[in-house]
Design a protein around this ligand. Structure first.
Ligand code: NAD
Length: 251
C-alpha cells in the first residue's frame, strides 16, 4: 500500500458516514492524521476509535460558524496545521420552489454552502504551501433535477465557489477542487427507497447501470488531495458512472 498521506493532517467534515467515512478510512490507511468532524458525535467517535490514536473526533454542526471555528481550532491545537480540508458534510432537499418552505431552503443552503465558506475562512490561514481543499459538490450542482431546487442551488454555488477559492489561493500553494458524485449508495439516498420506483428509474438512467459505492468517491477525493494532483486546481471532477455524459435520449 502506498502512503500518500504520511503525517498529513486531514480535516474531514461529514466524516461519520458514507463518502466522508470511506475517505477517512482511505486517508488513514495511507498515513493521514484524521480529524473527523460530524454533527453525529457518536458516529465520529466510533470511527475515530476504529482508526486508532492517529484520529480524533469533533462534534460540529457545519452550518454554525462558531462550531466550525471551534472545529478548526481543535485540529490546529492538536496538530499545528491542516494539510487537507475535505468539505464533505451535506444534506439533501426535496421539493420544488413552491413546495419548499423558506426555512427548509435556508437550512440546505447553510449546511451545504455556508459551511464551506466557514471552513475555508477559518482553515486557510493554517494551511501551509502544498495543502489541498476538496469540496464535495454533486452533479446536482451542474444542472437541474426535478424537486431538488435548494440542493441544486447550494451545490451549484459550491462548484463556482471552488473555482474562486482556487484562483484566490493558487499563489499561496493551496489547491482547491470539487468532487461531483452522481448517485452514491449512502444513507443520504436511502430515502429514495420510500418513493416507489425512484431509485430504479434513476439507476436505469446511469450508463453504468448502478450507483457508486462510497469507496469509489474516496479514491477520487484522495487523488485530488494527493501530490499526484499537484497541477490540478479549480477543477470540477465528475464521478457519476456516465450520468452527465448522457443526453437523456431514450435507449
Ligand atoms: P451521508 O448522509 O452518508 O453522510 C453525510 C454526513 O454529513 C453524515 O455523517 C451527517 O451526519 C453529516 N452531516 C449532516 N449535516 C451536518 C451538519 N450540519 N454538520 C456536520 N455534519 C453533518 O451522505 P453522503 O452521501 O456520504 O454525503 C456526503 C456528501 O456527498 C454530501 O455533501 C452530499 O451532498 C454529497 N453527495 C452525495 C451523493 C449521493 O448520492 N450519496 C451524490 C452527490 C453528492
Amino acid at each position: 500500500m502506498t502512503q500518500r498521506f504520511n503525517g498529513k493532517v486531514a480535516l474531514i467534515t461529514g466524516a461519520a458516514s458514507g463518502i466522508g467515512a470511506a475517505t477517512a478510512r482511505l486517508f488513514a490507511s495511507e498515513g493521514a492524521l484524521c480529524v473527523l468532524a460530524d454533527i453525529s458525535e457518536d458516529g465520529a467517535k466510533a470511527l475515530a476509535a476504529e482508526l486508532g490514536d492517529s484520529a480524533m473526533a469533533i462534534a460540529c454542526d457545519v452550518s454554525k460558524q462558531s462550531d466550525v471555528d471551534a472545529m478548526v481550532q481543535a485540529a490546529v491545537d492538536r496538530h499545528g496545521r491542516i494539510d487537507i480540508l475535505f468539505n464533505n458534510a451535506g444534506i439533501g432537499s426535496f421539493g420544488t420552489s413552491v413546495e419548499l418552505t423558506a426555512e427548509a431552503w435556508e437550512t440546505v443552503i447553510a449546511v451545504d454552502l455556508h459551511s464551506v465558506f466557514y471552513a475555508c475562512h477559518a482553515a486557510i490561514p493554517h494551511m501551509p504551501r502544498g495543502s489541498a481543499i476538496v469540496n464535495t459538490a454533486s452533479i446536482s450542482g451542474l444542472g437541474g433535477d426535478y424537486r431538488f431546487a435548494a440542493y441544486n442551488a447550494a451545490k451549484g454555488a459550491v462548484v463556482n465557489y471552488t473555482r474562486a477559492l482556487a484562483v484566490d489561493h493558487a499563489r499561496d500553494g493551496i489547491r482547491v477542487n470539487a468532487l461531483c458524485p452522481g448517485l452514491v449508495d449512502t444513507p443520504i439516498t436511502a430515502g429514495f427507497h420510500d418513493i416507489p420506483g425512484l431509485k430504479e428509474d434513476w439507476t436505469r438512467r446511469i450508463p453504468m447501470g448502478r450507483a457508486a459505492q462510497p469507496e469509489e468517491m474516496a479514491h477520487v477525493a484522495a487523488f485530488l488531495a494527493s501530490e499526484a494532483a499537484s497541477y490540478v486546481t479549480g477543477s470540477i471532477i465528475v464521478a457519476d458512472g456516465g450520468a452527465t455524459a448522457h443526453t437523456g435520449q431514450p435507449e
